[in-house]
Ligand binder design. Structure first.
Ligand code: ADP
Ligand code: ASP
Ligand code: MG
Length: 411
């Protein structure tokens, strides 16, 4: 029988009643003849609660125990979903990551899936089971410890299962009815896209659009998984939601197709560092060793052999970055006068494949922001995106102004 993967996010399984509604949707696909792999997230708010408990218990926690704790939310929903399906006379059972097994690397809290042997689940399908309910977000390391895949990781679990089982489609059920031109919670003018290219979705996700985890889009692109995002709250047709697909399957070719943003950014500046060969390596080497994800970088012009180096990183990594740089200073590897951390910044990005062939996008973006009196602190560009770092208090305004300027509300 053909296999379908259906993933339900936190809000879609937030209560036993919502789980029942999700299970009914699964029942419809089973009735059509599909064997279904259901991937579930933890109930809404549950993972945040567990992360909070870990931080409260141990500020510099052992990542293996962090994973043991935060992976547990998904176990509850997997069991409840299986029970709900059984109540509906649909043959189902739950699977935790290690039972499948979902084999991952040992990078705790940010593990990558390496292999999902399909045999165990396929055998059960062969014996008459119709739905395998799998706890998302978790796996097992080569050492036999529980791992998690990073926040939002159930999306990646879903796509990885779709690839491993050669599923006909991977449907991501969430609390919005598709991928929009920007987060519909920030702009009321956001427009739902019927289709979006893998590459654009990849940029939007990595620049902050939480609707899909970045890694899930990467996997879907690599294994050519038919990936769809749709609402678990509305009646659905086969055409509903947004299809993430190859660029060739899309007719539209605008310079900008979406605006993404990330609130959780910080800007750090090393004041007065010696401008000499190897200085960048001496600064960013220790940061990388401390697993700080540096994003944008600017080096000022130097005056009398001294310069300033500015970079951005996720706001929750500021402490780690400070420590790495102070330690490097103490070891005599770098020498700076001051380290300034600005934790009140946000990143706003315009994304579009059409940018490759159209000029003037950056100019229009900068003009729009200046028209709103918003100061740009750092700029970064790539072939299909332009990102700026601005004061966080202007983030919503910037998103709305850019959405208007690029006329994204118009189909
Ligand atoms: P789930 O719990 O189902 O995984 P998430 O909260 O992770 O749901 O992702 C869905 C949310 O992503 C939406 O509620 C929406 O606020 C946010 N979002 C951000 N950018 C976009 C976008 N471009 N299109 C749709 N939703 C977006
Ligand atoms: N429950 C996890 C999280 O909140 C994984 C997910 O929902 O995708 O990050
Ligand atoms: Mg999510």
């Amino acid at each position: 029988m053909p296999i379908l993967v259906m993933k339900f996010g936190g809000t879609s399984v937030a209560t036993p009643d919502r789980i029942r509604r999700a299970a009914k949707r699964v029942g419809v696909e089973v009735a059509k003849g599909y064997d279904v792999i259901v991937i579930v997230s933890a109930m809404a708010g549950e993972t945040n609660k567990l992360v909070g408990y870990v931080g409260e218990t141990s500020p510099l926690y052992d990542a293996r125990e962090y994973d043991a704790v935060v992976s547990s939310g998904e176990n509850v929903t997997a069991g409840l979903m299986a029970l709900t399906l059984q109540e509906m006379d649909v043959p189902a059972r739950s699977w935790q990551g290690w039972q499948v097994p979902v084999k991952t690397t040992s990078a705790h809290s940010a593990a990558r899936i390496e292999d999902i042997p399909p045999d165990n689940i396929l055998r059960k399908f062969g014996e008459g089971m119709r739905v395998a309910v799998v706890a998302g977000f978790q796996g097992v390391s080569p050492e036999g410890r529980i791992t998690t895949l990073g926040r939002g990781g159930s999306d990646t679990t879903a796509v990885a299962f779709a690839a491993a089982f050669d599923a006909e489609r991977c449907d991501i059920y969430t609390d919005v009815d598709g991928v929009y031109t920007t987060d519909p919670r920030v702009s009321q003018k956001a427009r739902k896209l019927d289709r979006i290219a893998f590459e654009e979705m990849l940029e939007l996700a990595s620049l902050g659009a939480k609707v899909l985890q970045t890694r899930s889009v990467e996997l879907a692109m690599r294994y050519n998984v038919k990936l769809r995002v749709l609402s678990s709250f509305e009646e659905q047709s086969d055409e509903a939601g947004t299809l993430v697909c190859d660029e060739e399957e899309i007719m539209e070719n605008r310079p900008v197709n979406g605006i993404a943003f990330s609130r959780e950014e910080a800007k750090m500046t090393l004041v007065s560092v010696a401008d000499r060969p190897g200085i960048a390596a001496a600064i960013f080497g220790p940061l990388s060793e401390a697993q700080v994800n540096v994003d944008m970088i600017i080096q000022n012009i130097s005056e009398e052999g001294r310069t300033a180096m500015t970079f951005s990183c996720p706001v929750d990594q500021v402490r780690r970055a400070e420590k790495a740089l102070q330690d490097a200073k103490e070891r005599g590897e770098i020498n700076f006068q001051e380290l300034i951390a600005d934790t009140d910044v946000a990143k706003v990005s315009a994304v579009g494949i059409g940018m490759r062939s159209q000029s003037g996008v950056a100019a229009k973006m900068f003009k729009t922001l200046s028209g709103e009196g918003i100061n740009i602190k750092v700029i970064a560009t790539s072939e299909i995106k332009i990102s700026v770092l601005i004061d966080r208090k202007y983030m919503e305004l910037a998103v709305q102004a850019l959405h208007d300027a690029f006329e994204l509300e118009k189909a």
